[in-house]
Design a protein around this ligand. Structure first.
Ligand code: IPD
Ligand code: CA
Ligand code: CA
Length: 273
């Protein structure tokens, strides 16, 4: 899967499907808002990886609505797992992104819904209900932020030098000093003007598309986190690849998204192309 063109790939996403994608993300966001400051039971899946009752509620809502309307589609969702279709449609769901924030009523959390068709991300919606924002993008249709019933086009920043950049990542700093694999990231942060850690990969990608951030780095293999960023950022004029500059795929171990102007400079510091 990539964001580049090839003959088999769709040139754009359908407006009708897009409305459904946005509606799904909004609905999960409403559930989150209704349970703000009331996350229910909070469990550690693995150390420092949290899940709340609200994660499961949102996931149930999203999956049941997709199954009802598109029973043949594949779904890969954070808590329930699933599969990626070889040539059909796949839904990537992060029912509640920013769970650690949500668990302590920090406002940066969201619901992420993305669709891949014939090897491309064609639709993405990120609903951040406590901010009152829905960020969404349709392949070939641009990226937008909706707030208070109004829609605003998203455009990445014009920052040209890493030393002027706001670079965003959520890295665990325990072991950062001693782990040589993390040294290149420390190098990027040290070359930037400021580091931003938001606690939500979905909001981070949307804010890059909106021009609030210049560089976003993700270091995991969690397609539900990164698929929305890939489309939002590319439709807003930026660039998204894996950490070595190759096209991002759901199998990639990380994501580098930038305003495009900074992509080559960051890759050079990371030791990529
Ligand atoms: C996490 C957040 C966090 C990122 C982690 C994700 P979750 O998602 O997006 O910012 O650093 O890699 O797992 O678990 O809250 O959905
Ligand atoms: Ca997530
Ligand atoms: Ca999640």
């Amino acid at each position: 899967m990539s964001t580049s063109s090839s003959p088999r790939e769709p040139a754009e996403g359908s407006p009708e499907l897009h409305d459904f994608v946005c509606d799904l993300a909004r609905s999960a966001g409403e559930v989150q808002l209704s349970r703000y400051e009331d996350p229910g039971e909070i469990r550690e899946k693995t150390p420092k990886d949290l899940v709340t009752e609200v994660d499961y509620l949102c996931e149930e809502l999203l999956i049941s609505r997709i199954r009802e309307r598109y029973p043949e589609d594949s779904i890969l969702s954070e808590e329930r797992g699933g599969s990626i279709s070889g040539n059909g449609r796949t839904w990537f769901l992060d029912p509640l992104d920013g769970t650690a924030n949500f668990s302590r009523a920090t406002p940066l959390f969201c619901a992420c819904v993305s669709v891949a068709e014939a090897g491309r991300i064609t639709h993405a919606a990120v609903s951040a209900p406590r901010l009152g924002d829905l960020y969404h993008a349709r392949l070939g249709g641009g990226a937008h932020r909706e707030t208070d019933g109004r829609s605003y086009p998203l455009r990445v920043s014009g920052t040209e030098r890493l030393e002027d950049a706001f670079t965003a990542a959520d890295l665990t700093f325990i072991g950062l000093g001693s782990d040589p694999a993390k040294a290149p990231f420390r190098e990027v942060f040290g070359s930037s003007w400021q580091l931003r850690s938001l606690g939500s990969a979905g909001v981070r990608g949307a804010w890059l598309a909106a021009g609030y951030l210049d560089v976003s780095i993700g270091t995991r293999n969690t397609a539900w986190d990164y698929a929305p960023t890939v489309l939002l950022v590319s439709e807003a004029g930026g660039e998204a690849t894996d950490l070595s500059g190759e096209p991002w795929t759901p199998e990639s171990d990380g994501l580098l998204a930038t305003n495009s102007l900074l992509h080559a400079e960051v890759l050079e510091v990371l030791g990529g192309r």
